[in-house]
Design a protein around this ligand. Sequence first.
Ligand code: NAD
Length: 369
Amino acid sequence: MANPSILILPGDGIGPEVMAEVRKIITWFGDKRDLKFNVSEDLVGGAAYDAHGVPLTDETMAKAQAADAVLLGAVGGPKYDKLDFSVKPERGLLRLRKEMDLFSNLRPAQCFDALADFSSLKKDIVAGLDIMIVRELTSGVYFGEPRGISPDNEGGRVGINTQRYTTEEIRRVARSAFELAKRRGNKVCSMEKANVMESGILWREEVQWVHDNEYPEVELSHMYADAGAMQLVRWPKQFDVIVTDNLFGDLLSDCAAMLTGSLGMLPSASLGAPMANGRPKALYEPVHGSAPDIAGQGKANPIACVLSFAMALRYSFDQGAEADRLEQAVEAVLADGVRTADLMGPEGGTPVSTGAMGDAIVKALDASL
Ligand code: NAD
C-alpha cells in the first residue's frame, strides 16, 4: 500500500520555521519507526499571494482535498494587512476549512508538569490536566441567516445574527466527540444554553440521541455553557471531552487552552467526514499565528506545531502509541529544562533556538527507543 500522504503548508512568519522542526520529526519516524509518509509542500497565505496573487490556488486546494492530512504553520503578517479582504492570507485558511468541510475542531488543553507554574491557576489544579474541547466549526451563529445591520423603525439600527443548528450538524459533531472519548477517558460533557435558547434545547436532545442510540457505553453529562466556564477554571480535571457549539466553543477553548500557559504550546486539529479510505478529512495547525514580532529570529517555539503532528499521528494515522511517544519526548525535553524564550519563567535562564528545541525533541525520541 502507498505511504499515507501529508501536505505541508508552512505559510508565513514563523510558520516555515516551526514547520522545519516538524520535518525533522517526520523524518525521524520514517527512519526509526518505519512510519513513512509521502510528504509534499505548497504555499498558503501571504506566501501564496506573493507567488500567485491569491492566498490559496485551486491546485493547492485540490492537493489538500486529496491528502490524508494537511499540516499548516500559520498565515498573515503586517505586509498583507492592507490587502483587499478577498485575498487576505486568512482567506486561504478559511477556504481550506470550508471546502474540506472541517466541522469538528479539536483543541486539547494539556498541562505538562514542567510548565504547571505558567498557568494563572494554582499548580495542583492544572498539573497533569488533559482535556479536549470539541467545537462545532462550520455552523451556528457565525454562519446563520438572517444576519446583518439594518435601520430599525425608531431611527436607530438593528444588528442581527442567527444561531441555527440542524439535527445532522449536531449529530455529526457529537459523534466525533464520542469517538474521541472512547480513545481517552470515555466521558463527554455537552455544553449549551438550553435554559434560554431553543437551539440549545435541540443541541441537548440530539447529543443525548446520539449517545443513547450509538454510544451508550460512553458517560454523557450536560452543562449550561456559563456553568461550564466556571467549572473549567474551578476544577478542570473533572472533564475529559467537552463538546459544544461554534460560539461557546470559541470562548471555552481559548479559556481552557490558556489554563496551560503559553501560546507556543497549543496544537489543534480540524476534522471532517471520512474519506474513501476511512480517514477523516483533516487539517492540523498550531493555535498561534505567524508571530511577525519574532519571525526570522530563531526564537519561535516549535512545540505547538510538533504537537499538532502528534495529533495527526493519533487521529489521521491511527498511531496512538507513536503519538504518545512524541508527546512524552516533548515532556522529557521540558522536564530537562530546555526552553524557548516564550517558556522562560521569572527565574530566567538561557533560551534555546527553534532549531535547538527541535533537535532536543529528536534526541528525546532517540532515547525512547
Ligand atoms: P500570534 O499568535 O502570531 O502572536 C501573539 C504573540 O505570541 C506574539 O507576541 C508572538 O511572538 C507570540 N507567539 C506566537 N506563537 C509563538 C511561538 N510559537 N513561539 C513563541 N512565541 C509565539 O498572534 P498575533 O500577533 O495576533 O497575529 C500575528 C499574525 O498572525 C496576524 O497577521 C494574524 O492575522 C495572524 N494569525 C494567524 C493565525 C493562523 O494562521 N491560524 C492565527 C492567529 C493569528
